[in-house]
Ligand binder design. Structure first.
Ligand code: ATP
Ligand code: MG
Length: 235
């Protein structure tokens, strides 16, 4: 059930909106992405990048139930089967959610069978080796609401550590995963993120040129629409 070089993610006629707005935040007539493409999503603030990733992560449903289609490797994916859906996609959000649970439970949230060794490796890969060793109860420290506070950058690295534990997910969705980090930390963590791209379809929203340079296909989002797409050379 691995993602293959000819596997395809297909969206047809999909509209997404938010309750408090009349206009759709995102409309996609046709989008086909394939194989191990590394797809950069660029566009101004408010253009719809996060909305696209939220949709694919299963956190927003298409507004139009009729006539829309989202297919992954020839199979329809459907918000009515959210658990199955979310096993296909690893979503690293712009502002990750930290559960009120131990650090270990937070990291292994999508991989509850992960060994302690694997959790420690994932934390190290995400640049959190010192962080967890300095916590009062180490991996067993309660974090999140009411527990030990974590900064925005630490939360992002915890979300990255989660992704390191679920390499079997087929599509990786990154929403500015290093936005809260200083440049030195970002560059260190980038070294751990880039190898994760192998054998996956990657969608990566970013404002930063050095990330765009890692991508081999670009979607330009403007006003809730994909207005341009192609290889960096074509654009
Ligand atoms: P940024 O670069 O700032 O992250 P973005 O391209 O990710 O921006 P989105 O977050 O997808 O932009 O927002 C697209 C549109 O949807 C904007 O007009 C925004 O105001 C609206 N929007 C986003 N989230 C919500 C929400 N939770 N409720 C209502 N409207 C929202
Ligand atoms: Mg965004």
């Amino acid at each position: 059930d691995q993602w293959q070089a000819d596997s395809q993610l297909l969206l047809e006629n999909v509209t997404v909106g938010y309750q408090d707005s009349d206009n759709p935040a995102l409309t996609i007539q046709h989008l086909a992405l394939q194989g191990y493409q590394k797809v950069g999503i660029i566009g101004r603030s408010g253009s719809g990048k996060s909305t696209l990733l939220n949709l694919l992560g299963g956190f927003l449903a298409p507004t139009n139930q009729v006539g829309q289609k989202i297919m992954l490797d020839g199979q329809v994916v459907d918000h009515l089967q959210l658990q199955a859906w979310q096993k296909q996609f690893q979503y690293i959000p712009q502002t990750p959610y930290i559960f009120h649970a131990t650090l270990a439970e937070n990291v292994a949230f999508y991989a509850p069978d992960a060994s302690e060794t694997a959790i420690i490796e994932a934390l190290a890969a995400a640049g959190l080796a010192d962080f967890w060793q300095e916590l009062p109860q180490g991996l067993a420290t309660l974090i999140g609401e009411g527990g030990q506070a974590v900064s925005g950058g630490q939360a992002q690295r915890i979300a990255l550590a989660r992704a390191f534990l679920t390499p079997e997910r087929r599509v990786l969705l990154f929403d500015e995963p290093t936005a809260h980090l200083d440049i030195e930390t970002e560059m260190n963590i980038k070294k751990a993120i880039v190898p994760l791209f192998d054998n996956h379809l990657v969608l990566f929203a970013t404002h930063r040129l050095h990330w765009v340079n890692q991508m081999d296909y670009i979607l330009v989002v403007e006003d809730g629409k994909i207005v341009e797409q192609g290889t960096p050379k074509q654009l």
